[in-house]
Ligand binder design. Structure first.
Ligand SMILES: Nc1ncnc2c1ncn2[C@@H]1O[C@H](COP(=O)(O)OP(=O)(O)OP(=O)(O)O)[C@@H](O)[C@H]1O
Length: 570
């Protein structure tokens, strides 16, 4: 409930439309009651042959009410829907602003599909909160109060009957169904989650399932999950229909009671008979406004859960302080780590332990080590994707805390092990590195990475599905070459290339990065002779560092790795 309140606080910023929709909702409802009440009165009065001007006045009043009702309903729809869309857009922006600083650690906690369903689905679900939960009881309350106040002048008994009907249809039944709805909603969500996991697994694992002849079994599981979900949906639908029928039944019961008591009062001369039809029409019409109350519990429960799920995502505070400085763009800068240790969120095991190193500005450093030794994690800390559990990272001897993530990313040419490509042309995929680059520049970098035979208009499929592994890597390098910043972080950028192309591409990269700070993670130990420094990682720790010659002379870890590599190659 607190989550719903917190999310609502973010939503309800623009209040004018909210007040107007309540006002016009009330106007539409009360004029409908007045319209039918006066028609009931008119019919009874007409039977008593009143003067013609009385009838004319009554008919004019009826027409005005009819018009006011339509006008009120139109404006109510206009303002309530406008209020809802404004709230949704505010909520989306607000949520995104809170979410952005939490990335990428947030992916550690939530699966991307789940996150997407929260961002899109849960926010959309909240559109029902104002329209179907918050606003109907307020409008209903005002309409009933006004109607009961009017009815009291004619019959206190009928007024009490209306009050009891309001209590039962407006509060008692919805509260009872809200209670039952909770249980059904929980099961429904569980089944929806199970089905969406099954579908995702089926789609992503389709090829492997086919290869291992497991498609049939998985399909069966998928169908079972789907049947369970449909079953729960059916139960939910039945419950909603049951609730609506109960509401209608109580409403009609109240109208019957009004007729019965009204007739009794008329026969006892306690009520003028000319008003009986009017009171019956009032009771029939006023309960029309209670119909939306039948859906309040379902929508309330839905909104509550959506708000809870959204709140869960953004309640984590980013650990990052206010950035105060900007990295230089016109000169290379140094990197330092002082006693840095790091464990991924929710992980007990440290991925980096007591890392101390200094990488001078403009130097070339190779990072080597066994798979899983912490090399990529080291890059992630340099890029401030994560902050160290202890210790400090410094750029030009100034703490990383003084720089924003955006600033660090803007000043770095990064090639990751896996790089993303978007559906679109090759040109569009390159321009994300430098928006204003000309076709000439693009052709230039394609030539550097030996892809000069590619057309800039060529279509690249989602995730670069129509490119080979090596082509994807070369495109990532082409992006880095286009960006031309003064810090290069290259994580096994050429692991899928043949030796000849690899050498040519790396030579070009080194020529371009001649005066820049460059760090290269490499599995292969060839071609490291020209690096200023080689840092060897093992199980999250730096076990050795020095120049190529120094490490060979030392005959330590690097030397042994070199020997093994030689034996394998021979
Ligand atoms: N997102 C993550 N959550 C939890 N643990 C992780 C995560 N990413 C990596 N690790 C763990 O951190 C350790 C270091 O991983 P890292 O990717 O830095 O190794 P690496 O040296 O780059 O390996 P490789 O050469 O295979 O790319 C590994 O034990 C790995 O299991």
């Amino acid at each position: 409930m607190n989550e719903l309140r917190a999310v609502m606080k973010d939503m309800m910023v623009e209040k004018r439309d909210i007040y107007l929709s309540v006002l016009f909702g009330f106007l539409a409802g009360i004029t409908a009651v007045a319209l039918f009440a006066s028609s009931g009165y008119l019919i009874s009065k007409a039977a008593l042959l009143p003067p013609i001007y009385t009838l004319s006045l009554m008919i004019a009043f009826l027409k005005i009410m009819g018009f006011a009702r339509a006008f009120g309903r139109y404006l109510e729809r206009l303002y309530s829907h406008r209020a809802t869309f404004t709230m949704l857009s505010q909520l989306r922006v607000h949520f995104y602003e809170k979410l952005e600083p939490l990335a990428p650690a947030i992916f550690q906690k939530y699966k991307s599909g789940d996150l997407l369903s929260r961002i899109v689905g849960d926010i959309d679900r909240l559109q029902n909160f104002f329209l179907r939960v918050y606003y109907p009881p307020i409008v209903l309350g005002f309409i009933f109060l006004a109607t009961i106040f009017f009815t009291v002048f004619y019959s206190v008994t009928v007024a009490v009957l209306l009050l009891v009907g309001l209590f039962v249809t407006g509060f008692l039944l919805p509260a009872w169904f809200a209670f039952k709805q909770r249980r059904i909603e929980t099961r429904l969500r569980e089944e929806r989650g199970a089905l969406s996991s099954e579908v995702t697994e089926f789609l992503y694992g389709f090829m492997d399932l086919k290869l291992y002849q497991q498609l049939g079994t998985k399909k069966e599981e998928l169908e079972q999950a789907s049947a369970r979900y449909i079953d729960e949906q059916e139960k939910e639908g039945k419950m909603a229909t049951y609730h609506q029928s109960m509401n209608s039944m109580v409403t009609l019961l109240v109208s019957w009671l009004v007729i019965a008591f009204g007739a009794y009062l008329v026969s006892n001369n306690e009520l003028d008979g000319v008003f009986l039809a009017m009171l019956i029409m009032i009771s029939l019409t006023v309960f029309e406004n209670a119909v939306p109350m039948a859906l309040v519990p379902a929508h309330f429960e839905d909104s509550r859960r959506a708000a809870k799920r959204l709140h869960e995502v953004v309640q984590d505070k980013p650990e990052i302080g206010e950035p105060t400085k900007s990295l230089p763009s016109n000169k290379p800068f140094s990197l330092t780590m002082k006693s840095v240790s790091f464990a991924f969120p929710e992980e007990k095991r440290s991925s980096l332990q007591d890392v101390d190193l200094h990488i001078p500005a403009g130097s070339k450093t190779a990072i080597v080590g066994a798979s899983g030794s912490g090399k990529s994690t080291f890059f992630q800390l340099l890029l401030k994707f994560y902050t160290p559990t202890s210790g400090t990272v410094l750029y030009d001897e100034i703490s990383q805390d003084s720089y924003s993530q955006e600033d660090i990313w803007a000043r770095t040419n990064v090639v990751q092990q896996e790089n993303h490509y978007f559906y679109g042309s090759l040109r569009e995929n390159l321009l994300i590195a430098k928006e204003e680059a000309t076709d000439e520049e693009l052709h230039g970098v394609l030539e550097y990475v030996h892809m000069q035979n590619f057309d800039l208009d060529q279509t690249i499929l989602e995730k670069g599905d129509n490119l080979s592994g090596g082509e994807k890597q070369r495109l990532a390098i082409a992006r880095a070459l286009l960006k031309k910043e003064r810090l290069w972080l290259l994580d096994e950028p050429t692991s899928s290339l043949d030796a000849v192309t690899e050498q040519a591409v790396l030579e070009r990269v080194f020529r371009e990065a001649q005066d820049d700070t460059l760090l290269l993670i490499s599995h292969r130990l060839v071609g490291l002779e020209h690096m200023d420094q080689i840092i060897v990682f093992d199980q999250g720790e730096i076990v050795e560092s020095g120049s190529y010659q120094e490490l060979l002379k030392h005959e330590g870890y690097f030397y042994r790795m070199k020997q093994i590599e030689k034996e394998v190659l021979v």
